[in-house]
Design a protein around this ligand. Structure first.
Ligand code: AMP
Ligand code: MG
Length: 384
């Protein structure tokens, strides 16, 4: 199949005529990849069984891994769900349009192939002018998982989509680089207490401000135990995996304590390394983590292994290893989320065999960042 690429001239003000052909393709059962504020989506008519099957085919995605259905306004919601519970209404009012997906009991209108056979449906109203206008023009709800080959990092540029989807779908809409860079937060509102199924830019802290009680699905925090039944079937699959073996470095509580204890060996070592240099504004634990990552990477490099390091703007200069890329600024979690998948793909292109990465705090957007990095690493987290 010849894949057409449509470049949107002004991504904040797409013209209707730029999206009419895409809308027709979706309405008639074809597939169009398009930008959203989170990552690029691979869109098809959510009410058309065969379009959903095509999506699974193009992604190479297991068919029990359900799709998220995208809408452009509140009026499109009621026909897709059995009921809109109070929590769902509050979250829609607060965060839609935006990077939040909610899981509802599904109506009979939504085919089983879209929900992977579940009696629930995941729905999001994106806050992206291209996505929103495309859905509105298509006139149907749009099922759109991330537009990557299953198991690869999600695409944040049209070039990423092209790498995975050229020849497999009718059209790619090029709206440049997306803003947020990690997938939407998913909250299940079909039960008595809202449950976070996937962390994203709508953070746990934001949800805690609204509800007395919010649960977190255990699959977010660590690997699924063998035989465990995840709430979302997709959670059992290895996700976001770069081609290289990725490992994260995390500083132990015990080490942090030593780093802050005057007279301790680690405290003296880090103080002497940091003093006088331009690293004075780094936290000792950040300096120590970078030191350990570099040490491990240099050892690999000397052994002839193609090893890359994921660092940050603040720590970049500390590394002596040849292959290093900054994932963003520690001072701005948003910049880290924004660059995360692009950096993983870049290391794929560079042919790295191993990637060592710094880790980040688990709070706010850091929760989503660490969730994606840990999954990409297959939960290889080295405590130093
Ligand atoms: P993606 O669109 O590739 O980011 O993946 C969509 C994810 O949404 C899936 O992997 C599921 O984990 C989740 N999801 C979709 N539908 C449901 C549902 N009905 N219940 C729970 N999770 C869902
Ligand atoms: Mg995905």
């Amino acid at each position: 199949m010849d894949t057409k690429r449509v470049i949107i001239k002004d991504r904040n003000h797409p013209k209707e005529e730029e999206l009419l052909e895409a809308a027709r393709i979706v309405r008639e059962g074809g597939l169009v990849a398009f930008p959203t504020e989170t990552v690029y989506g691979l869109g098809g008519n959510a009410l058309d069984e065969s379009a959903a099957k095509k999506i699974y085919g193009a992604k190479g995605r297991p068919s029990d891994n359900p799709l998220i259905v995208h809408i452009s306004c509140m009026e499109e919601l009621p026909s897709l769900v059995k009921e809109i519970p109070g929590a769902g209404r509050i979250l829609a009012e607060t965060f839609w349009p935006g990077p939040l997906t909610m899981v509802f009991l599904k109506s009979d209108l939504v085919p089983d192939s879209t929900t992977g056979g579940l009696n629930t449906v995941a729905i999001r109203m994106p806050d992206d002018p291209i996505a929103s206008q495309l859905i509105r023009l298509a006139g149907v709800p749009v099922a759109a998982p991330s537009a990557n080959t299953s198991g690869r990092p999600s695409p944040t540029t049209a070039d990423h989509v092209w790498q995975d989807m050229d020849g497999k779908i009718e059209m790619v809409i090029d709206g440049g680089q997306v803003g947020i860079g990690v997938e939407s937060t998913i909250v299940d509102v079909s039960g008595p207490v809202p449950v976070i199924l996937r962390p994203g830019a709508v953070t746990q802290e934001m949800l805690d401000e609204i509800f007395d009680q919010v649960f977190i699905d255990p699959a977010i925090l660590g690997p699924m135990e063998d035989g465990a039944r995840p709430k979302a079937p997709g959670m059992k699959y290895k996700h976001y995996a770069p081609k290289a073996e990725l490992a994260l470095f995390e500083v132990k509580e015990e080490t942090i304590e030593q780093l802050y204890t005057p007279g301790n060996r680690l405290h003296s070592f880090v103080s002497s390394q940091m003093s006088g240099g331009k690293n004075w504004n780094l936290k000792p634990e950040t300096f120590y983590m970078a030191w350990k990552v570099n040490e491990a990477a240099m050892e690999m490099e000397k052994a002839g292994v193609r090893v890359g390091v994921i660092c940050t703007d603040e720590t970049m200069d500390l590394y002596t290893v040849r292959l290093k890329r900054s994932i963003g600024k520690r001072a701005s979690e948003a910049s880290v989320a924004h660059n995360l998948y692009g950096v993983l793909r870049e290391f794929d292109d560079l042919g790295a065999d191993y990637i060592y990465s710094e880790s980040f705090s688990q709070s706010h957007l850091g929760g989503a960042i660490m969730n994606r990095l840990s999954k990409a690493a297959g939960y290889r987290i080295l405590q130093v």
